[in-house]
Ligand binder design. Structure first.
Ligand SMILES: [Zn+2]
Length: 151
């Protein structure tokens, strides 16, 4: 029987492309809220679920959600991970320092937001209260909501 060699190839494929896509009415409203440092969700009139970022249809009822509600700036860290690498243009690079990314459940929301956390990996804990941190100059971009930090 022929011996199988453990040969691995490690191709590196740098990716550098830009997407332009229309965000749609619901995400546009969400980003417009960022201009006033507000976090908006969509509320289902039937079951009361509040989803953030807002979506047009309720996943439970399949009804159009027509009500937008402002969510509080504070929530609970439901889960997290500590990153040690960054991905840029298809290249994995070692991060300058470990960083924390987590799922934040804003008070009153039915789902969680993926967000950066401004907290040391040694100090982060599931269940901790966190609050939104905005950039000084907001422009209606995803990056306006800079991160969350302990409340
Ligand atoms: Zn619903």
């Amino acid at each position: 029987m022929e011996e199988i060699k453990d040969t691995f190839l490690h191709p590196v494929v740098p990716l550098d492309f830009q997407n332009n896509y229309r965000v749609g009415a619901y995400l546009q409203r969400y980003l417009d809220g960022f201009r006033e440092k507000k976090i908006l969700g969509a509320k289902c009139s039937q079951c009361g679920r509040v989803v953030v970022p807002p979506r047009k249809y309720c996943g439970a009822c399949n009804l159009v959600m027509e009500e937008f509600v402002e969510l509080p700036q504070e929530g609970t860290l439901e889960n997290f991970t500590v990153g040690h690498v960054t991905l840029e243009k298809g290249q994995l690079n070692r991060a300058d320092a470990p960083y924390v990314i987590g799922m934040v459940r804003l008070e009153g929301a039915s789902n969680s937001l993926l967000a950066k956390l401004d907290v040391a990996p040694a100090d982060v804990k599931t269940g901790m209260k966190v609050k939104a941190v905005w950039k000084d100059q907001v422009e209606g971009e995803y990056t306006d909501l800079d991160c969350f930090q302990p409340a």
